[in-house]
Design a protein around this ligand. Structure first.
Ligand SMILES: Cc1cc2nc3c(=O)[nH]c(=O)nc-3n(C[C@H](O)[C@H](O)[C@H](O)COP(=O)(O)O)c2cc1C
Length: 439
C-alpha cells in the first residue's frame, strides 16, 4: 500500500556558484541574484514539495588552505541563505524555506527577533537547519573553539534561549483592539533573564508572539550520538543519508524515536527525511551505461574529484602523485575523520594508489540492485514506495537549485509519485508545520 511522504529539495552546495563549470551555466542565470532560486522554488511548490533546505558553512576554512576551497568554488564563496529566504517566500505561497544557521554566528536575542520577523513575513513557512560546525568560531568574536559535544550543548542552550524569548509574551499580552485603545498589555510580558554557560541576555522579546503556525520548524542533520540526542530533544525534522535496506531504515528511525522519548517527546513529533542525490535517466540501458562507465573514470574525472576532495579535506590532493599510496599524515588534525574514512573506503590505504581511492568516489550504482542512485523514474518511485512501506516519513532530493536540474529530476518522477499516492497534490493552509503534520 502506498502512503503519502513529504518531499524536500536540498541545495547541498549552499547559496553560492553551485554548478560552476557545468553546461547549465550557459543559461546565463546569475547565482548572486534571486531569479534563479525563485524560478526553481516555484517549480518545487508546483510539484507538491513541502520545503527547500539550503546548506551553509559560514567560513572558508583554515587560512592556509583557502585557495583549495575557492579555486573550483567547491567550498565557497557562499552567501547567507537566511537573507535569500525572503525572496523565496515572496515567490511562493506554500513552500517552506529552511536556511542553515549556526548558533555560533547569532546572539540568541538577535536570532529570536530575526526568525520571528521572518516567520511572520512568510506566514509561518520558516524552518531552520541548525548545525554545529565548530571550525568557524574564530569569525564570531573571541569565544574559544568548542569541542564537538560542547558545540551541541551550546546549540541546545541557544535554542532554549530562543524559545524562552519567543514565549516571553504571555497569553493575552497582545490586545490590538482600537475600541479599547490598547495595543498590548505590558504587564503580561515576561522579563526573561538568561545567564547560562554560553550566553547571557535579557528579554522580553521585541517581536510579536507567533500565530497558529507556531514557531519556526527546527531541522537538524547531525549523525553522531550527540547529534541524534539533539534531534530527539529539539527537532521537528531530522535529516540523514538514505539507507538502502529495510533493517537500516528501521534501525535509524528507532534510534531517533528513542532519542525523542528519552527527552519526553513523542516519536511522531519528528519527521525523518532521508537525503539522496538522484541520477534519473530515460532507460535501464542508459543507467547501465552510466554505471559501467563510472567504474573506469577518465583522468579529467579523477582530477575533478581530487579538486573537490581537496576542498572538503582542506588538503591539496592534486599536488600528490596519484600513482602512489596516500600517506594519511598529510591531513592536519582539524580534518574530519569521517571525510577521510569516506575517501579510503574499504581499501588498504598502505598499498592502494591515490588514483584508485579517488576513482572509487566516482563509482555510481544502479538503484535496481540497491547499489546506488542511478535509475529510471519508475525505479525511483519503486524505491521511495518501498521506503514508505518501512515507515519512512519523507525524502530530500539533493542537487543544484537550477531550473535545468530541477526539471531533469522531477519532470517524469512527479507524475509517477502522484499516481501512486506518494506525493501530495495540494498543500494545506497554515505554513510549514501544518504541512508536515498533515500526514
Ligand atoms: C542532509 C544533510 C544536510 C546537512 N547540511 C549541513 C549544512 O548545511 N552545514 C553543515 O555544517 N553540516 C551539514 N550537515 C551535517 C554534517 O555533515 C555533519 O554531520 C554535522 O555537522 C556534524 O554533526 P555530527 O558529528 O553530529 O554528525 C548535513 C548532513 C546531512 C545528512
Amino acid at each position: 500500500m502506498s502512503r503519502l511522504q513529504h518531499f524536500g529539495w536540498f541545495l547541498a552546495r549552499g547559496f553560492g556558484p553551485h554548478g560552476w563549470g557545468a553546461p547549465a551555466l550557459e543559461w546565463d542565470y546569475r547565482w548572486t541574484a534571486p531569479d534563479l532560486y525563485q524560478e526553481s522554488a516555484r517549480t518545487l511548490e508546483q510539484a507538491g514539495f513541502d520545503l527547500l533546505l539550503i546548506e551553509d558553512a559560514p567560513s572558508l576554512g583554515s587560512p592556509e588552505t583557502i585557495d583549495l576551497r575557492v579555486r573550483q568554488a567547491f567550498g565557497g564563496p557562499k552567501h547567507d541563505p537566511l537573507l535569500l529566504a525572503p525572496y523565496l517566500f515572496q515567490a511562493t505561497r506554500h513552500l517552506g524555506i529552511v536556511p542553515t544557521v549556526n548558533p555560533a554566528a547569532y546572539l540568541p536575542y538577535t536570532a529570536a527577533r530575526q526568525f520571528a520577523t521572518l516567520q511572520h513575513l512568510s506566514e509561518d513557512r520558516l524552518g531552520l537547519n541548525v548545525v554545529t560546525d565548530t571550525g568557524s568560531a574564530r569569525h564570531f568574536g573571541d569565544a574559544p573553539q568548542l569541542g564537538h559535544d560542547q558545540a551541541y550543548d551550546r546549540a541546545e542552550e541557544w535554542l532554549a534561549g530562543l524559545r524562552e524569548l519567543w514565549s516571553s509574551w504571555d497569553e493575552g499580552a497582545l490586545i490590538a483592539d482600537p475600541a479599547r485603545g490598547r495595543y498590548a498589555d505590558g504587564s503580561r510580558l515576561r522579563a526573561v533573564r538568561h545567564r547560562g554557560d554560553h550566553f547571557a541576555f535579557d528579554g522580553p522579546l521585541n517581536a510579536l508572539p507567533f500565530g497558529d503556525g507556531g514557531e519556526p520548524v527546527i531541522a537538524s542533520p547531525g549523525g553522531s550520538g550527540r547529534g541524534l540526542a539533539f534531534a530527539g530533544a529539539n527537532s521537528d525534522i531530522q535529516l540523514a543519508l538514505s539507507p538502502m535496506d529495510e533493517r537500516s531504515v528501521r534501525d535509524y528511525r528507532a534510534r531517533i524515536h528513542d532519542a525523542a522519548r528519552a527527552r519526553g517527546r513523542r516519536p511522531e513529533d519528528i519527521r525523518i527525511l532521508f537525503a539522496l542525490q538522484p541520477v534519473i535517466v530515460a532507460s535501464a540501458e542508459e543507467a547501465d551505461r552510466i554505471v559501467a562507465r563510472s567504474a573506469d573514470p577518465d583522468d579529467a574525472t579523477v582530477r575533478q574529484i581530487a579538486e573537490k576532495q581537496s576542498s572538503d579535506l582542506e588538503t591539496d590532493l592534486t599536488a600528490l602523485d596519484p600513482d602512489r599510496p596516500l600517506d594519511l599524515s598529510v591531513f592536519g588534525p582539524h580534518v574530519s575523520q569521517g571525510s577521510i574514512r569516506r575517501l579510503v573506503g574499504h581499501h588498504d590505504v598502505a598499498t592502494t594508489p591515490l588514483r584508485v581511492l579517488l576513482g572509487g568516489l566516482a563509482r555510481a550504482g544502479r538503484l535496481s540492485d540497491r547499489s546506488g542512485f542511478v535509475g529510471t523514474a519508475d525505479e525511483f518511485a519503486d524505491y521511495i514506495e518501498e521506503l514508505g512501506e518501512w515507515g519512512n516519513d519523507g525524502i530530500l532530493l539533493w542537487g543544484d537549485l537550477h531550473p535545468v536540474t530541477v526539471h531533469r529530476t522531477l519532470d517524469e518522477l512527479v507524475p509517477i509519485l502522484r499516481r501512486r499516492g506518494i506525493l501530495r497534490s495540494e498543500h494545506v493552509p497554515g505554513g510549514l508545520r501544518a504541512n508536515l503534520r498533515a500526514f
